[in-house]
Design a protein around this ligand. Structure first.
Ligand code: ZN
Length: 475
């Protein structure tokens, strides 16, 4: 492109806001590092005080950028929520903004090159637990407002912020809070920043997320382990029985065998499959990066479809009996497995659990007591690509990144997305800025500062794009 052509292009964002961002670069990076030093691991009870500290950190920063009604909501079943709003654009749309301030546990610690909660920025990359998922993205939202303020502006849309501390743990507190606080959450759309760009750091908007249903299967034989010489062959072995049950759940073709499992799956259209097929996804590079010897998938579906747009089932853990060194000749008293399914629209977690429990009871051998317990669940979500809010986000990306985004589905789950969609009736734009291989949930989690910087600018631009939406609708 010639210099002449370049100068005629509109600025990606308001130059005054750009100047404010340029001036605050170090300060914003330091804010993320400070935030990531708080070990807000939601699933570990010993970090309860850190969850409160993280909530208070967010609330203070939200107040610092001029939000009103900022509140750390403590009367929840578990961890606090943070709420606040900036409603300074009469007549403009209201956007509900969501991120989470809890993180995954850091273990296995020995695989981290540095301490997980001593984050740093080196060679253009933040490293530390939560820098990508999701503290970096939360800080981008705060920074976008801070830069608007520094430029003497208010956001061009009305913003309502709700940040939670249980995303990695089923979102129970926020799920309970939403139906009771519909008025405080009233909006025209929701923007969730907890996703990533596509493989190779290609700017992306996520239009589909998988849901989840997590359960435990317990197989009990007797109060104590039995002598395998005295009893072997005459009683059912819980570990053997559990292995048979697990084998029944999913075939070698990748198909889940639970009757009714696929009943409510919204079929992929030819267009959906074509769009997925066009994504720049390199199976061999993905295989290499993952470090596995071969990729698998559901029969009849590509690897990318299998891992993002199709439901599946996995054993997350399995235990029972003797696991020490040497030999101990016992029949275990009991055996257990954690099992989860990743769901797609419109599968209902409770219905899937009921189907799983019924099927486990059906295939369980006699002679042992088998029970299945629901641990947590969340629905999948799907947002139309042609929705005006999705397209506003696409224009914001195009302005800042200089390319059109790709539209992707993600294999992971953000349980609260379905509540925004189904309970509050809001269209949801999943606009996240992490990198797909950022080691979220794994050791050495990272986020490139370039994504942090550009993501902040996409957010700034998005508020302007969404403001224009209502203006256009009102004309
Ligand atoms: Zn997340």
């Amino acid at each position: 492109m010639s210099e002449l052509a370049r100068t005629t292009e509109p600025e990606p964002i308001d130059p005054a806001v750009e100047a404010a961002l340029a001036a605050s670069r170090e300060e914003r990076a330091e804010a993320l590092l400070e935030f990531a030093r708080i070990p807000s691991v939601s699933t570990e009870p010993e970090h309860a005080a850190d969850m409160v500290a993280a909530a208070e950190w967010v609330a203070a920063r939200l107040s610092g950028v001029g939000a009103s009604g900022v509140e750390v909501i403590r009367d929840t079943p578990l961890h606090p929520l943070v709420y606040g709003r900036i409603h300074e654009a009469p007549g403009a749309p209201t956007v509900l903004v969501y991120c989470h301030f809890d993180v995954q546990p850091a273990d296995p610690l020995e695989l981290w090159e540095t301490a997980p909660f001593e984050p740093f920025l080196r060679d253009g990359r933040f490293v530390g637990r939560g820098v990508a998922d999701d503290k970096g993205q939360l800080v981008m939202h705060l920074a976008a407002i801070g830069a608007l303020r520094a430029a003497g502006r208010s956001p061009a849309v009305n913003l309502t912020f709700v940040f939670e501390g249980e995303e990695e743990f089923g979102s129970e507190s926020l799920s309970a809070w939403i139906p009771a606080n519909r008025e405080r959450l009233a909006a025209d759309l929701a923007v969730i920043s907890d996703t990533t760009y596509f493989e190779g750091n290609v700017p992306a908007i996520t239009v589909g997320l998988r849901g989840i249903m997590y359960a435990q299967i317990d197989v009990e034989l007797s109060p104590v382990d039995l002598h395998s010489g005295q009893y072997g062959g005459s009683v059912e072995n819980p570990a053997n029985a559990l292995a048979r049950i697990i084998t029944a759940l999913k075939g070698p073709d990748g198909r889940v065998r639970i009757p009714g499992f696929y009943d409510d799956v919204v079929p992929l259209s030819e267009g959906d499959r074509a769009r997925i097929g066009e994504l720049p996804f390199d199976e061999e590079a993905f295989r290499e990066e993952t470090g596995v010897t071969a990729l698998v998938g559901e029969a009849g579906w590509t690897v990318l479809e299998s891992k993002t747009a199709r439901p599946t089932l996995d054993v997350n853990g399995i235990w029972g009996g003797f696991t020490g060194d040497g030999a101990k000749t016992i029949i275990p008293a009991h055996a257990h497995a954690k099992v989860s399914t990743r769901l797609v629209a419109d599968q209902d977690p409770q219905r899937v659990f009921d189907a799983l429990a019924a099927y486990v009871a059906q295939v369980a051998p006699p002679g042992v007591t088998v029970s299945t317990t629901y641990i947590h669940g969340g629905e999948a979500s799907l947002t139309p690509i042609d929705h005006p809010a999705t397209q506003a986000a696409a224009r914001a990306i195009r302005a800042v990144e200089g390319v059109d985004p790709v539209y992707i589905r993600e294999g992971g789950s953000i349980p609260i997305t379905a509540a925004f969609d189904h309970v509050l009736g809001l269209p949801v734009v999943l606009l996240g800025f992490g990198q797909p291989n950022c080691n979220a949930h794994a050791p050495n989690e990272w986020l490139d500062e370039a994504n942090f910087e550009r993501g902040t600018r996409v957010i700034v631009r998005l508020w302007d794009e969404l403001a224009g939406l209502r203006a256009a609708a009102n004309e």
